[in-house]
Design a protein. Structure first.
Length: 256
């Protein structure tokens, strides 16, 4: 399969105002695709490397998807670079996006590197587009990349239009949809995004891969959409996304 992050035409326009779509790269032969999903790395490049190396399916994976919070708090681009380079050393195809902890400079750097998912659409399997929204809705902590619900609704609408000619959509949203097992904090609060939830209910993507709430590892259906939060990398959580005739999500944990 052609590397999505090496093809400059693979990323659709991220302009807030443009509805025009660049052509998505076309994967080669018809076969099942396998992607490894992880998130909330928080700058721990060594842990990411150890985790990926321990995944039995890594040698045949098409790529790694990092759902957000790539860098440590305040670590900026150097922290993000260390994480991405650790992943690329084991699997050359990596797609990533910012979480709320990541600074805006990290988003710009991921763009420059050509691997950004935030506000992008890419083809990762025949008739399958992956779309991403990073950051999070507002938190009590005032982290660097927080956005209002209206912005998420706008971004998701734009992305759906750009990927409209694909039969299957995979949504990567750092912030989970509201009122699911994936957004429930240890205190019992649901802190996910209403806009993401409404998009899923209306558009029914095949899967939603999220993170943000470290303790909310879990999986559930919203309509026909499989919503999965693998939990933080520090807890050993990751997942496998298989794209064949069916879309299969499998949560995993290192050491269990």
């Amino acid at each position: 399969m052609p590397s999505p992050h090496l093809n400059a035409d693979g990323a659709l326009s991220s302009s807030e105002t443009s509805d025009a779509a660049s052509p998505l790269p076309r994967p080669d032969a018809e076969r099942e695709r396998l992607w490894i999903i992880a998130g909330d790395v928080h700058g721990d490049a060594a842990l990411l490397a150890d985790t990926l190396a321990a995944i039995p399916e890594l040698p045949r994976a098409d790529g790694v998807i990092l759902t957000g919070d790539v860098s440590r708090a305040g670590g900026g681009v150097p922290s993000a670079r260390a994480v991405i380079e650790a992943a690329e050393a084991l699997c050359p195809v990596v797609l990533a996006q910012i979480g709320n902890i990541d600074q805006p400079q990290v988003d710009a750097w991921l763009d420059e590197k050509g691997i950004n998912l935030h506000r992008k659409a890419r083809e990762i399997a025949p008739d399958t587009a992956i779309i991403g929204v990073g950051g999070s809705t507002f938190t009590p902590f005032g982290t660097p990349s927080e956005f209002p619900e209206a912005r998420y609704a706008e971004w998701l609408k734009e992305l759906a239009a750009r990927a409209a000619d694909h039969k299957r959509i995979i949504l990567v949203s750092h912030t989970p949809p509201k009122d699911t097992v994936c957004d429930k904090t240890s205190s019992g609060q649901h802190v996910g995004s209403r806009a993401v939830r409404e998009f899923i209910e209306e558009r029914q993507p095949a899967a939603c891969l999220c993170g943000h709430v470290h303790e909310a590892a879990g999986m559930q259906l919203v309509g026909r959409t499989q919503v999965l939060n693998p939990g933080s990398l520090g807890s050993g959580g990751y997942a496998l996304l298989r794209l064949g005739e069916e879309t299969t999500l499998t949560p995993r944990r290192i050491g269990t």
